[in-house]
Design a protein around this ligand. Sequence first.
Ligand SMILES: *[C@@H]1O[C@H](CO)[C@@H](O)[C@H](O)[C@H]1NC(C)=O
Ligand SMILES: *[C@@H]1O[C@H](CO)[C@@H](O)[C@H](O)[C@H]1NC(C)=O
Ligand SMILES: *[C@@H]1O[C@H](CO)[C@@H](O)[C@H](O)[C@H]1NC(C)=O
Ligand SMILES: *[C@@H]1O[C@H](CO)[C@@H](O)[C@H](O)[C@H]1NC(C)=O
Length: 329
Amino acid sequence: MRGYLVAIFLSSVFLYYVLHCILWGTNGYWVPLVDMKSKTIKPCSKAPAFASLLRFPQFYPFLCASDFAKIASAYGTNNFALPYGIKASGEYFRVVLSKLKSCDVFDEPDNVPCKRCVVVGNGGVLKNKTLGEKIDSYDVIIRMNNGPVLGHEEDVGRRTTFRLFYPESVFSDPTHNDPNTTAVLIVFKPHDLRWLLEVMIGRNVNTNGFWKKPALNLIYKSHQIRILDPYIIREAAYQLLHFPTVFPKGQKPKHPTTGIIAITLAFHICSEIHLAGFKYSFYNPNGPLHYYGNATMSLMSKNAYHNVTAEQLFLKAIIEKNMVINLTQ
Ligand SMILES: *[C@@H]1O[C@H](CO)[C@@H](O)[C@H](O)[C@H]1NC(C)=O
Ligand SMILES: *[C@@H]1O[C@H](CO)[C@@H](O)[C@H](O)[C@H]1NC(C)=O
Ligand SMILES: *[C@@H]1O[C@H](CO)[C@@H](O)[C@H](O)[C@H]1NC(C)=O
Ligand SMILES: *[C@@H]1O[C@H](CO)[C@@H](O)[C@H](O)[C@H]1NC(C)=O
């Protein structure tokens, strides 16, 4: 009996190893010699209005192949499993990062030390406000998920500096690729890293383990891709939204929405932040959820993965304290 169990155990270990090698490629242990180290972001001489919210304002927001593990142990990100850390997924991170071409935040030479940024949420409030030209006038424009620019230029502008995404929310139609955009992956689960590897090397995508069918192809070139440091999401959850670290049994843990994660990223790379498209009108459940498509507000109110109340309170607080300026009241 015991012999059987040992045999089953050993064969499952072997199978796991074989699957691991197939999924991650046999060259997983080789890291090319590109200079993928985090740099420093040119500091602005004037402290931004939101500086008091940050414990580490100089934190470099993207992971780099050659020093992500060192940074993870310096900031404790190696003590958290995904989505807020690299614990138990370090090897997956290493393999995927070794396939990226850069981890730079801004192109060199970057001569603007104090950046004016706008974070554009996907809210229906942007409809018919003709804010496009205004949005395009910022140094940095941060957008999220599949909020399109095409066909909505008058309301949301044309330029995109950063677009935050995850496999279930990224465009698959190449007409949406703007070559000037840096696409930033938010990693929620190990599957997301496997997915990025598969779409980057053009392998068939294994669609198991996603809450919605992920994109089967990547419209961005690998030099456009970055991976957000999970520390940024941890900061959004615990420091900014004050989520509990443990949720009661039977309750799904709540995670920050892409919008709040985008604002947290902006806190680290901008000196002045304006927001657009962050207002939800809950009193009108049939009102448009996004400035595109047909989804209605009722979809958001039912969301079990986010705490919309906590996010609304946070947004209200940073707007009232003039830490950010809201373009869509
Ligand atoms: C926006 O304008 C269009 C055309 O004028 C109109 O059909 C639509 O109802 C408006 N949408 C909102 C949310 O005001
Ligand atoms: C991308 O950048 C180039 C060079 O700065 C510019 O000419 C072009 O209009 C930009 N495209 C978009 C969609 O912003
Ligand atoms: C939204 O609804 C209209 C009318 O019902 C439909 O023609 C259109 O295809 C829908 N758009 C999307 C993105 O689902
Ligand atoms: C959501 O956040 C609010 C404000 O922090 C809190 O009072 C509430 O208990 C949270 N709800 C859930 C379901 O976590």
